[in-house]
Design a protein around this ligand. Structure first.
Ligand code: PEP
Length: 251
């Protein structure tokens, strides 16, 4: 046993109406009753955070954390369309994503911006899921570990040893996100080991052993158990079909 508590996140992306978000939040919370061995967070769109937060607030035991998919690094000001960490905290957000592949590869976020976001969120006292993952051509060129380690090292630049208690890494191969193709449990395990070794080199064995590394990329009911059974896979980050999110959970 690793001693690391499993952590599962639901990334709802740019999906759902208010009523659907409300219903899904209730379904997630009631599906989790009595499953205290797993930590869970949901990441609705900004426009649904207040509604989802108000539903979660009424669920006894704070069993589902409220998460945000994105944020801006500045505290406030003239940044039309952006959302600050203080605004998210005001709504009860406890955890944020940084470096999700859609933000890196669809919206063009650089390693520098991802790192600035990680540091800003930690400074604001929030937990962070730092997402890393290789593209298909990088995998085919044998660069999987190199890419994941580089994104981990860049993403964590300036993050102190004690701050690592608030960091989760999500290994999300880009070719697996939203495609229905998942990494094999063995490939996921191998990638997680490489990331954990990078954490040991950056910090030490204690930090590496304590940091949770989720797998993300077409995780679903039929493959979740086998993936999570791997020694270094500490949960999952789960999105859903591009058009609609999943309404049921694999755990
Ligand atoms: C994600 O968006 O982080 C993700 C893993 O999506 P999916 O489960 O759809 O592959």
């Amino acid at each position: 046993m690793s001693g690391r508590k499993l952590f599962v996140g639901g990334n709802w992306k740019m999906n759902l109406t208010v009523a659907e978000a409300h219903a899904l939040t209730r379904a997630v919370a009631s599906g989790l009753a009595g499953r205290g061995q797993v930590e869970v967070a949901v990441f609705p769109s900004f426009v649904h955070l207040a509604e989802v937060g108000s539903v979660l607030h009424k669920v006894p035991g704070n069993i589902v954390k409220l998460g945000a998919q994105d944020f801006y690094t500045q505290a406030n000001g003239a940044f039309t369309g952006e959302v600050s960490l203080a605004q998210l905290k005001d709504l009860g957000v406890q955890v944020v994503l940084a470096g999700h592949s859609e933000r890196r590869h669809v919206l063009g976020e650089s390693d520098g911006l991802v790192n600035a976001k990680v540091r800003a969120a930690l400074a604001a006292g929030l937990e962070v899921i730092l997402c890393v993952g290789e593209k298909l051509e990088q995998r085919e060129a044998g660069m999987t570990d190199q890419i994941n380690v580089a994104q981990t090292v860049y993403g964590l630049a300036g993050v102190g040893r004690t701050q690592m208690a608030k960091i989760t890494i999500a290994y999300e191969p880009v070719w697996a996100i939203g495609t229905g193709k998942n990494a094999t449990p063995q490939d996921a395990q191998q990638a997680h080991v490489a990331i954990r070794r990078a954490l040991a080199a950056l910090y030490d064995e204690t930090v590496a052993a304590a940091t949770r590394i989720q797998y993300g990329g077409s995780m679903k009911g039929s493959n979740a158990r086998e993936l999570i059974a791997q020694k270094d896979v500490d949960g999952g980050l789960i999105g859903g079909p591009r058009s609609r999110p999943r309404s049921s959970w694999p755990l």
